[in-house]
Design a protein. Structure first.
Length: 317
């Protein structure tokens, strides 16, 4: 016989498994401080992760690409960064794979210089480049597209957030990097100008990366994660002002600046022939720099199965 005390406890005990089953799944993801990574921020600030049963911690670092390396050994569950960073991390740990193209950077990356009138005037100068990121990918594309001689420039490895200060101090004469740093430099430093932008050179792309071993072992969580990012991307497209407010709040950046910068990119959450081409370009560039430790193909770096399962129409490769 159950006494009154145990009878009172019984409903709570029976309810406990249901409560536990509804507890959100914890994930840790990482990227840079950059409006081009808006789907991560909007998914967090807009509650899309939460509504998909996820408790997500979003860590930020000097760049999205710098954070991709933390997927090696599954130190985090997902990262958002450029092509070259993903390929480099995959070469270290084959479990690091791209599961979606997150952003196409349409008018986003520039070569900006101080007291230099044009690209011809940049010869013999010091150019700040963030190695292993979209900054380096873009600089190499500029060199190839404009048929420049790499020996004419001294490349200085500088993290993106340090570039404006380095230019102002005179440590470098120019830099190749993404927004908001070119806009910030032009606002803060006299006689700075954009010499060339990526619109005429190459559309750099940021990808959503995951650790494949973890994702396979947590397939339902992976599906909910991708679904939340798709919902965030759709919200950005349909509610740009609210999305800009959420990104501004998360990054603690000026709202007007964020809103302006978000018009310079296209948020995608798909996998297309362009995605494959950009991964191939990163492979080719790493090979040209003797940084390709072993042969690798886009088909190895890109893992389309999770996105295809959630949104088959978004996968066209």
């Amino acid at each position: 016989m159950i006494d009154r005390r145990h009878a009172l406890m019984l409903p709570a005990l029976l309810a406990a498994p249901a409560v536990l089953a509804q507890a959100p799944t914890k994930m840790t993801i990482a990227t840079g401080v950059d409006p081009s990574f808006a789907p991560y921020y909007v998914a967090k600030e807009g509650g899309f992760f939460e509504r998909n049963g996820l408790d997500v911690t979003v860590n930020t670092g000097p760049s999205g690409s710098a954070m991709v390396a933390f997927l090696v050994g599954n130190q985090i569950n997902s990262a958002y960064g450029a092509e070259q960073a993903g390929v480099s991390a995959h070469l270290v740990d084959a479990n690091v794979v791209a599961v979606a193209e997150g952003t196409a950077l349409l008018r986003w990356i520039s070569v900006l210089a101080r007291n230099v009138p044009d690209m011809d005037g940049l010869k013999g100068k010091r150019v700040g480049v963030a190695r292993g990121t979209g900054s380096e990918t873009f600089w190499l594309s500029v060199v190839a597209k404009l048929n420049l001689n790499p020996a004419d420039y001294t490349i200085v490895n500088v993290e993106a957030p340090e570039m404006v200060a380095a230019l102002e101090r005179g440590n470098i004469d120019a830099f190749a990097v993404w927004e908001p740093w070119p806009t910030r430099a032009m606002r803060a430093i006299p006689n700075t100008r954009i010499l060339v932008s990526n619109e005429s050179i190459q559309i750099v792309r940021n990808f959503i990366y995951m650790n494949k071993g973890w994702a396979q072992g947590n397939a339902e969580t992976t599906a909910r994660f991708l679904r939340a990012l798709i919902q965030a991307q759709e919200f950005i497209a349909s509610n740009p002002e609210q999305a800009a407010q959420q990104v501004s709040r998360f990054l603690r950046l000026d709202r007007a600046l964020v809103a302006e910068l978000m018009t310079k990119v296209a948020y995608k959450m798909d996998l297309t022939a362009d995605s494959v081409a950009n991964i191939q370009l990163a492979i080719d560039q790493l090979r040209g720099m003797n940084r390709l430790a072993r042969p690798v193909t886009p088909a190895e770096v890109i893992w389309a199965d999770p996105l295809r399962a959630v949104a088959p129409g978004r996968v066209t490769i």
